[in-house]
Design a protein around this ligand. Sequence first.
Ligand code: PLP
Length: 502
Amino acid sequence: MLYNSTQNASEIVSSAQAIAQGISKDGGLFVPQEFPKYGEADFKTLLGEDYKGRAKKVFSDFLTDFSAEEIEACVDSAYTAEKFGSENPAPLAYTKLDGVPLNILELWHGPTCAFKDMALQILPHLLTRSLKKTCDGKDAVILVATSGDTGKAALEGFKDVEHTKIIVFYPVNGVSPMQKHQMNTQEGKNVNVCAIKGNFDDAQTGVKRIFTTPEISEKLAENNMLFSSANSINWGRLLPQIVYYISAYCDLVNDGKIAFGDPINVVVPTGNFGNILASYYASLMGLPIKKFICASNSNNVLTDFIKTGVYDKNRQFYTTMSPSMDILVSSNLERLLYNLTGNDDKATRAWMNALKGEGKYEVTDEVKSVIGKKFYGGFCDDRQTQATINRLFTQESYLCDTHTAVAVGVYEQYVRETGDLTPSVIASTASPYKFSKAVLEAVAPDIDLPETEFEMVDKLNELTGMPVPAPLAGLKDKTARFSAVTEPDAMREFVLSALGIG
Ligand SMILES: *Cc1c(COP(=O)(O)O)cnc(C)c1O
């Protein structure tokens, strides 16, 4: 299977190259030229497999320049019970709200307690092998812009991985105290962390600019290094996410929640559009998904886009209690548009250029109409988010984080508006303990809030009885290693000096 750029279909690469390079030279994103199609027999086989078995099947169909042994080694070392708490790294929790069943796909049992671990525990394995195949002997410099969770998950995934260095940028006021503490205490010889005075989009734009500045790349090349990306623009991030939708479907069938072949809906709290895109790709492979329900917080640029076909990032930016979704430029939407236009690289490039230039574009009526049929967009503000956490906990003793609550809230809107009760998988993307303050205020609005982050964690634990994930509990005693804060314009200098080639 080969991959090409969304902005230049004649830029064709192998899967190893797509992963090693991260982003195409023209600024486009790599996409598979076609999707493997799974029929009844394939899904029946997958029903009998465990998570790793399902992952191996999907990976081997997309990464055709990897041997079966390589894929097996990558999968086996990534999804261990030791790292994810059980043999199934992505278990379903069955609960309900006001009588409506919720099938919650808990994707946060990994080492950093957010769904990013699902991809970032395996990406370093895929990337180091890809580098070996395509440019042996060079060190990869991983630049990450994070809205909170990617940074920590990438640091943890790449720490002390040979022939890699990783530098993470996060918005100084745009992540939760726990997320900040997770990143600033990161261990490892090859890691670096820097806050920027700006929001996530500034960080992401800065990283993209560094990637595409030829003189910086040349400087790296002189020093036997090259850039790569662990952001969800990297194909190696998206592919692992396809697996858990397929696996969740199999689990629903095996658990007797749906019959084999029944359609499902998916509900995804969305930021950069990677997670929901992975579910869309699973549907292209034959997974029967009826509706893609795209949940946003007050940064509801996607809600408006799905309703009107106009993507307009010229709007107020809100810092919310679901910071991993505080994003106005959802990079992976580019891949959806490419697919929905029948792989039209010129149209995709024109829209992305308009986004860069005017901050705005409008898709064609055809694309609008397909999006309207397949997608539903909705959003919840912070007040609604906390109300949802409260109701779910009060009614069912199920505690969810702020991002998951946005998804649950939008799902309720969807059911109310459409009456559609197709069984739905709701992606739960983080542990509530990563956002203890907001979750604590939601379940106990009247208490006096403790002062420190870890007192809030303890209080939440005391009130709910939900165990604190060990990786978060263990942070209490760690001291910060990183404290740099810079202007977005100075990111490039930070990178060069961190690499010792400034
Ligand atoms: C990254 C993240 C999201 C958004 O996922 P995208 O793939 O960027 O749409 C949602 N919730 C949490 C907790 C996250 O870390």
